[in-house]
Ligand binder design. Structure first.
Ligand SMILES: C[S@@+](CC[C@H](N)C(=O)[O-])C[C@H]1O[C@@H](n2cnc3c(N)ncnc32)[C@H](O)[C@@H]1O
Length: 220
């Protein structure tokens, strides 16, 4: 608990974590590039970023985009924020909010690309609506994304992955869908991996689980 409190206090002082009480918190919607990044690069958002390995890792290999990791847990965001500061990555920021509230922080068409990395699988039927790939979330992501923007999704969890494929097939048509149930044995899709293993990806690959990956473009 003391570690968490220390991290929360640190987060409050950090410019690269947008959370309640920060100067831009109420003004950032539609203004990420103008107010925070001070450039016009396309924005990639990582949903449920946890320790932020993907946001930081992608920023390390690409300084042509801006990256924003979103998570509800401040102690996890502290980790990504620390990495971004230590590696002098000014084009990475973190937003502490529930994904449910994301429309309060982004304008329609403000996001160029999404990553959903190892979301909680929510296996119970009664929790279906809380899955971050449920159509109610996909509709919001589509609204906030530029027309034709990419959505990229990695998970260890086969039921969640297959559930998402079913949603796309039955009620949420998308373009250019490609997927694999074994990312590490798919040389073409592995190009999107960039050698970045998130904390949960490491946990599951160490247990011998295959990583599933899909990407698609939102219909305009
Ligand atoms: C299984 S962890 C994966 C973390 C990281 N992406 C990884 O691959 O290591 C799921 C993360 O999603 C976050 N999360 C779950 N539901 C969320 C929601 N509705 N809004 C924001 N964050 C959420 C949790 O706090 C947690 O950090």
């Amino acid at each position: 608990m003391r570690k968490k409190l220390f991290r929360f206090a640190e987060n409050a002082k950090r410019a690269n974590i947008i959370e309640p009480g920060k100067p831009f918190y109420d003004k950032i919607k539609g203004n990420w590039n103008q107010l925070y990044f001070k450039n016009e690069r396309p924005i990639t958002v990582e949903l449920g970023c946890g320790d932020g390995e993907y946001s930081v890792g992608l920023a390390e290999v690409n300084d042509e985009r801006n990256y924003i990791g979103v998570d509800i847990k401040g102690d996890r965001l502290y980790q990504g924020s620390t990495q971004a500061i230590e590696n002098q990555l000014g084009h990475v920021a973190f937003l502490r909010t529930k994904v449910h509230q994301i429309e309060n922080f982004f304008e329609e068409g403000e996001i160029d690309e999404f990553w959903l990395t190892f979301p909680d699988p929510r296996p119970k039927d009664r929790d279906e609506k809380r899955r971050l790939s449920h159509p109610r979330f996909l509709n919001v992501y589509r609204k906030l994304c530029v027309p034709g923007g990419w959505f990229k999704f990695k998970t260890d969890n086969t039921p969640l992955f297959d559930y998402t494929l079913e949603v796309l097939a039955s009620e949420f048509p998308v373009e250019d869908l490609v997927f694999t149930h074994d990312l590490y044995n798919d040389p073409e899709l592995m190009k999107d991996h960039h050698g970045i293993k998130t904390k949960y990806e490491k946990i599951w690959t160490d247990k011998g689980e295959k990583i599933k990956y899909m990407k698609f473009r939102f219909n305009s």
